[in-house]
Ligand binder design. Structure first.
Ligand SMILES: [Mg+2]
Length: 283
């Protein structure tokens, strides 16, 4: 990828940011010959809107007390969050080459003690939202006005701890908590709706006392509107955005592959995947 100055980067559109996040993730996948790239490609638009529209952060001061918190409940999505943190300037792009290696700050599963910008060690699954409830309570008591975002998967809708946390958030009226569900209809055992369906998902959150929206998670305009509505909602409810995403989005020959939790990419396919992604780059 051609190097660009920080200044020229600051004017990039959300579509360009999402594209770059996909590009960084594929390059990390290529380093190891594997990775959860299907999820990373699918959730890239959500991350672009999170980091380049919604979140209040200081990239060069990732521990700034006033920052919004972004929790990656799904530790195996680390490749996706690293890509966003690289694009945001929290992590240097050169570290892509270290992905998954000994002593790298980019281990294959996300760990808070290793990586700037990684707020929690997610996965075991089903715990991010509970941690988010505690954080949102604490931050509200401190009075700083920060939001806590928790990114979780549709597979985590099958975890009882998710719904305990959902009840707790509504009970405590955590209007500073925004949960994003990456609904790609895949989990380790197969399609989520066939493994343990949580439908109707948006209604279920509403019944638990949440301000609930469901949008196309690969539509940047729809995501921007949903994040804006979540933040602006004038009510005491915690907020959830259920984002329907497509695994491997942006690389059609992988999108067309029979979807699996861990998409297999052959050694010779990484270069092709990057080339195909580039063909579809926003101009
Ligand atoms: Mg899933």
């Amino acid at each position: 990828m051609t190097a660009v100055s920080p200044q020229s980067r600051s004017n990039l559109s959300l579509a360009q940011r999402a594209h770059n996040i996909r590009h960084h993730a594929l390059r990390m996948g290529e380093v190891q010959g594997q990775g959860y790239v299907g999820q990373a490609l699918g959730v890239a638009d959500v991350l672009a809107v999170s980091y380049f529209h919604a979140l209040n952060t200081r990239p060069h001061d990732p521990e700034w007390e006033g920052r919004d918190r972004f929790l990656l409940s799904i530790g195996h999505y680390a490749i996706a969050l690293y890509a966003a943190l690289i694009e945001a300037g929290v992590l240097p792009e050169a570290e892509i080459e270290t992905y998954g290696m000994d002593d790298s700050r980019l281990p294959m599963s996300g760990m808070a003690s290793y990586t700037p910008g990684m707020e929690i060690t997610g996965g075991s699954l089903g715990h991010g939202l509970g941690i988010g409830v505690g954080m949102a309570l604490g931050l509200r008591r401190k009075g700083g006005g920060q939001f806590v975002y928790n990114l979780m998967s549709d597979g985590e809708l099958g975890e009882g701890s998710t719904w305990e946390a959902a009840m707790g958030a509504a009970h405590h009226k955590l209007s500073n908590l925004i949960c994003i569900v990456d609904f790609n209809d895949q989990q380790a055992d197969g399609p989520s709706t066939e493994t343990l369906s949580a439908e109707p998902v948006a209604d279920k959150w509403r019944a638990f006392g949440w301000h609930s929206q469901r949008v196309d998670g690969n539509d940047l305009d729809a995501l921007v509107a949903a994040f804006d509505a979540a933040r602006a909602h004038d009510g005491p409810e915690p907020r959830v955005i259920v984002a329907d995403t497509r695994m491997c989005r942006g690389v059609p020959f992988l999108e067309a592959r029979e979807m699996t939790h861990f998409v297999r990419v052959e050694p010779e396919e990484w270069g092709r995947a990057l080339a195909v992604l580039e063909e579809g780059a926003p101009r």
